[in-house]
Design a binder for this molecule. Structure first.
Ligand code: PHE
Length: 488
């Protein structure tokens, strides 16, 4: 059985554990990536954004932006050996670049905490559903009863607050204890179980009358329905679901031993993550179409559809209870990875112990989470950033702006600031692949992300002008990097 090895890489005062095998690293990274993003968020945003074309853009973003940035982020973490702020400071100094790069780490810590504040609220719905399922509440549930069941839960702030508190306490408790063996054992069991239960659900979905329509909805692309806002959401989700752009994979990468391949580990993470999301989507939309429900019903989609399936299928009580246990579990392994970067920052920067750091941060995100709890009931009509509730604003700001921005700068750092030999040594990519990878990182990634941002800010011809301006700035930046960091 592989075990955690202790190594002393950062400083004599900070003991760092490394994940001793590649498999354990992949498990932990998959544990972070697979979560509410796949099971809860992907289906509902796919429904809200019209299906097929949205899914295709999302898949394109995972492949062309997500995967290369995931590789870049792990590389940064492994080279810098620390929390995101520290890592960027150390690497910028080593490569002779500006200290401002540490802002990338700050953006990440902030985004992580903001995401966690609503993540634990939604995970709380999962805990509530786990207990409901165990008590047999979903047996023979009709579509209407299922949606009423969710409405009743969401209308009750105290109950939401209670489950939000439970999830926050669990998250803080696991993080406070540090990277431990228990997590590996749990992940070992969880991932295969989750895949298996999704396959069981797929089997059920295939027997419903909605299956064909669901596949059609998810995979037949009609680009005429796609807005630039939907493209932004698809891109943001690619970052959210792969846990990239904020430093989670940086911290995890710092535990990843040198002899293992970053490319193949990243590929595993992306493949498993995408598979889980697509499976969840097909199952959920089969139930939607079989029961004449609305595809665009929003954040409640997972919770108002699956109970119908568990109410109808044989063994529904067992599968339902196990499924919601796995949802909670998948959410927890992601939640801890949202808290970990800030905890390790407080620990490394100020010497604050893990327990204190985790509790303090947990309290802050819990408090902010109260706003999300209220977004679904008492503050339903309180709007920020246009017509968004507090929850929607937090989600939009982090997922669609902070993560893509963070990811873009990580790509730029690895592509332009890293010295060629350092990058080659750290990533060890096959030569031919390396050239394509670098080209993509240097040009496609920043241009695509800026383009999508620009298209959401302005319309028509103005997009071209904004892009020309942005590219000119980028060109100037590249020129200055080439002059300052690579003399000769
Ligand atoms: N990837 C996680 C999910 O899909 C969420 C997450 C985002 C975790 C960013 C860590 C960092 O649920």
């Amino acid at each position: 059985m592989p075990s955690l090895k202790l190594s002393n890489k950062v400083s004599s005062t900070v003991l760092r554990e490394t994940w001793s095998t590649k498999r354990i690293f992949i498990l932990a990274a998959v544990g972070s990536a697979v979560g509410l993003g796949n099971l809860w968020k992907f289906p509902y945003i796919t429904g809200e954004n019209g299906g097929g074309a949205f899914v295709l853009v999302y898949l394109g973003c995972v492949l062309l932006l997500g995967l290369p940035i995931l590789m870049s982020e792990i590389t940064l973490g492994r080279a810098g050996q620390g929390n995101p702020v520290h890592t960027m400071q150390v690497l910028a100094k080593r490569q002779g670049a500006s200290r401002l790069w540490s802002l990338l780490g700050v953006n990440g810590l902030l985004a992580g905490a903001l995401i966690l504040s609503f993540y634990t609220v939604i995970a709380g719905w999962g805990v509530a559903y786990f207990f409901d399922s165990a008590q047999g509440v979903f047996q023979t549930m009709s579509a209407q009863q299922a949606s009423e069941h969710l409405t009743v839960l969401l209308a009750n702030p105290l109950q939401l607050l209670w489950w939000h508190t439970v999830v926050t306490v669990l998250t803080v408790w696991i993080v406070a204890r540090g990277v431990r063996k228990g997590l590996e054992v749990a992940l070992n069991f969880m991932m295969p179980a989750l895949l298996l239960i999704l396959l069981v659900l797929l089997g059920y979905a295939m027997t419903t009358t909605g299956f064909e329509q669901s596949v059609q909805f998810m995979f037949a692309a009609d680009f005429s329905k796609l807005s630039w806002q939907a493209v932004l959401v698809a891109m943001g989700h690619a970052f959210f679901t792969l846990s990239i752009g904020l430093g989670t994979m940086m911290v995890y990468g710092s535990y990843f031993e040198r002899q293992h391949s970053i490319a193949s580990a990243s590929l595993w993470v992306a493949v498993v993550d995408t598979l889980v999301a697509l499976l969840a989507g097909v199952v959920i939309f089969s139930i939607v179409f079989a029961n004449g429900l609305a595809t665009g019903s929003g954040p409640g989609l997972l919770f108002s559809t699956l109970p119908i399936a568990f109410g109808q299928m044989s063994g529904g009580w067992f599968f339902g209870t196990l499924f919601f246990a796995l949802v909670v579990f998948a959410a927890l392994t992601s939640a801890i990875s949202l808290l970990e970067p800030s905890v390790s920052w407080l620990n490394q920067r100020f010497g604050i112990g893990r327990i204190k750091a985790a509790c303090g941060l947990g309290f802050a995100t819990w408090l902010l989470g109260v706003g999300t709890v209220l977004s679904f009931n008492m503050w339903q009509n309180v709007h920020f950033m246009g017509t968004r509730t507090l929850f929607e604003s937090l989600d939009f700001m982090t997922t669609n702006i902070m993560l893509p921005l963070g990811g873009m700068f990580m790509a730029v750092f690895v592509a332009w600031v890293f010295k060629d030999q350092d990058r080659a040594q750290e990533m060890a990519l096959p030569k031919r692949f390396s050239a394509v990878f670098l080209l993509n990182l240097k040009w496609f990634v920043p241009v695509a992300i800026l383009w999508i941002f620009a298209s959401n800010l302005v319309t028509g011809q103005a997009v071209w002008w904004v892009m020309i301006g942005a590219l000119a700035l980028y060109g100037l930046y590249v020129k200055s990097v080439l002059q300052t960091t690579r003399p000769g």
